[in-house]
Design a protein around this ligand. Structure first.
Ligand code: AMP
Ligand code: MG
Length: 349
């Protein structure tokens, strides 16, 4: 299939091209579209055949459920059994925005969309192109991230092209995703609510609105012995092709340790990479040294991480060492993705 790639200029946002993209979804086809978090691979959430196509295009196991994207609060009531008070409060505070809520699904949502579950993940994105596209598509767009399964989520349209060209009908190019990391997922079907995936809407922000909110135990551990509650968490994610190891400890000890391992890598003729910060990146003799930005700027790290992981693949890097990003708030989201990318390989120095 020929994938039509469309650059979204300001004047096109509500125009004919968005209508065309919407028609593709209504006819059961697939369109990748920008959101403020990462690019999504969209299909009609209420059409089981569309959801099956999403799994196929992504190469994703079909028990890993999709997020249903909506453009207004009225749409929520149709796809869930009931809208609990907690969901109303969170929507008021954080929608449109990078927050996904898990709720009991209504009969209108096919199990193909929810990976066989009785619950549905719902999000209202804030990106202007995303919102007009969802409306044009009929109001309910199921979308996981628009990468091939196992690859880092795409933060710009050219990464979607790399992964999905020829496999879907259209790609809407809205430029770089402003945040660069997937939405926070909070499960509202349990009391107290539980964070299943950390993101820009932090635990502290959720607690300000709801009171007690717990964190799933598998967010920062490999979770052996625990059944993951977001089915997606059991799969290896975001993995670069090279081996990635995170090094944790006092700043100087980390720099010294990584320096030693890089030297060893060179002796073994391995192509090496480093994930560091502006403060430290020049200290490393790696083939592909990369900084995520200033150590205190977690938002910059969130925005740059997936691009860096893809660059290592493009450069054929075989061995990657990363500094650790321990802290509160958005740092936790960065560390959660980094741990997944590393398959939880962490060395404490
Ligand atoms: P992605 O958009 O690629 O990040 O994938 C969507 C994520 O949402 C996956 O990690 C899913 O496991 C998670 N998810 C979607 N629906 C549910 C649900 N009903 N319950 C728990 N997690 C869900
Ligand atoms: Mg994904």
């Amino acid at each position: 299939m020929d994938t039509k790639i469309i650059r979204m200029e300001e004047q096109h946002k509500d125009g004919a091209l968005i209508r065309e993209a919407g028609e593709i979804i209504r006819a059961g086809g697939l369109v990748a579209f920008p959101t403020e978090t990462v690019y999504g691979l969209g299909g009609d959430a209420l059409n089981p055949a569309s959801s099956r196509k999403i799994y196929e295009a992504k190469g994703r196991p079909s028990d890993n459920p999709l997020i249903v994207h909506i453009a207004d609060m009225e749409s929520l009531a149709a796809i869930v059994k009931s809208v609990p008070e907690t969901a109303k409060k969170l929507a008021e505070a954080f929608w449109p925005g990078p927050l996904t809520m898990i709720l009991e699904k209504s009969d209108r949502v096919p199990r193909e969309t929810t990976g066989g579950l009785d619950t549905v993940a719902v999000r209202m994105p804030s990106d202007a192109v995303a919102l007009s596209f969802i409306r044009a598509a009929g109001g309910y767009v199921a979308a996981p991230s628009a990468n091939r399964s196992g690859r880092p989520s795409p933060t710009c349209a050219s990464y979607v092209v790399q992964d999905l060209d020829g496999r879907i009908e259209m790609i809407l190019d809205g430029g770089d995703a402003t945040l660069g990391l997937e939405s926070t997922i909070v499960d509202l079907t349990v009391e107290p609510p539980v964070i299943l995936r950390p993101g820009f809407i932090t635990g502290e922000m959720l607690r300000c609105t709801l009171g007690q909110v717990d964190e799933d135990e598998t967010l920062f551990s490999s979770g052996s012995g625990q059944a993951p509650k977001a089915p997606g968490m059991k799969y290896r994610h975001y993995a670069p092709k090279g081996e990635l190891v995170i090094v944790r400890g006092a700043a100087e000890a980390v720099t010294a340790y990584i320096g030693g391992r890089l030297a060893e890598g060179r002796r073994n003729r391995k192509k090496t990479g480093v994930i560091a910060t502006d403060e430290t990146v020049d200290k490393y003799k790696a083939d592909v040294p990369r900084s995520v930005g200033k150590r205190t700027d977690a938002a910059a790290a969130a925005k740059g991480l997936y691009r860096i992981l893809r660059e290592f693949d493009d450069e054929g890097v075989e061995l990657i060492y990363s500094e650790s990003f321990d802290g509160e708030g958005v740092s936790q989201a960065v560390m959660n993705r980094l741990l997944k990318a590393a398959g939880h390989k962490v060395i404490n120095v």
